[in-house]
Design a protein around this ligand. Structure first.
Ligand code: F6R
Length: 241
């Protein structure tokens, strides 16, 4: 495991974006595993700057996102498809038909999960999987549980996750109660994992993830077993490490 400690969120965003840029420069048809959330907006902004300078070409890149809410169409302002369009896809030259997210409106969620997992396989797996970290240790929407789920599946969101996400909706009732997420197996099969964490409020969780027991009660702890893990985190997030 390599840990890159940064002064603050902005430096974390720049350094993480540089690592993703390096991946694409070295392999123009990289398959990126992407994430949403507030941790990622800064680094996506930096990637857009790379593109606008003419230093990065996404035309051969494919991407698969970790997760999507069930019941939100792609044009809903809280869907992860919408987030990705606004924060990255619409500002770079990635082919829209090569930028995959689970379909939250699929009538048969189980079938959609199987199709999504097959799509990842068909792409040859991800070269680099970007991960953020939930306060409860979740990665993707893999919430604390008794087992590590292997493949893409539908999951009931934890009360704490619903509450954390309620800030983006008018009322808590509007927050979807289930989501489709890549499994821990889908994530761990990536050739490289890039975990980005910012802020003191996640310091305890990050310490558990990096040094605690590897347990599905703290899903992120599984990354300790990945042979090619890079953590980019700021001083606040690493303050207890
Ligand atoms: C979202 C995702 C989540 C987030 C996590 C942290 O696609 O995979 O696991 O990375 O909830 O969210 P933020 O960055 O908003 O604190």
């Amino acid at each position: 495991m390599r840990i890159i400690k940064t002064k603050d969120y902005d430096e974390m965003s720049r350094k993480a974006a540089n690592l993703i840029a390096a991946q694409i420069l070295l392999k123009n048809n990289s398959v990126l595993g992407l994430a949403t959330g507030s941790t990622m907006t800064g680094l996506y902004h930096e990637l857009i700057r790379w593109y606008e300078r003419g230093d990065l070409d996404f035309s051969a890149v494919s991407s698969v996102n970790l997760d999507e809410y069930v019941g939100l169409p792609g044009d809903h302002h809280q869907s992860y498809r919408y987030y990705m369009n606004e924060n990255l896809f619409h500002h770079i030259n990635i082919r829209q038909d090569c930028a995959y997210l689970p379909d939250g409106m699929a009538t048969d969620a189980e079938q959609e999960c199987a199709a999504y997992e097959a799509q990842i396989e068909a792409l040859g797996g991800t070269d680099l999987q970007l991960l953020g970290l939930g306060h409860n240790g979740h990665i993707g929407f893999n919430e604390p549980a008794d087992i590590f789920p292997k493949v893409t599946h539908e999951v009931a969101l934890e009360e704490s996750t619903i509450k954390a996400n309620a800030r983006f909706f008018t009322t808590e009732d509007e927050v979807p109660k289930t989501a489709i997420t890549m499994g821990i197996g889908s994530i761990m099969r990536s050739k490289q994992i890039l975990l980005c964490v910012s802020g003191e409020s996640k310091a305890d969780t990050l310490k558990q993830v990096l040094t605690g027991p590897i347990t599905p009660q703290c899903p992120g702890s599984i990354v300790q077993l990945h042979p090619n893990l890079v953590v980019v985190a700021d001083e606040g997030a690493l303050s207890l490490y």
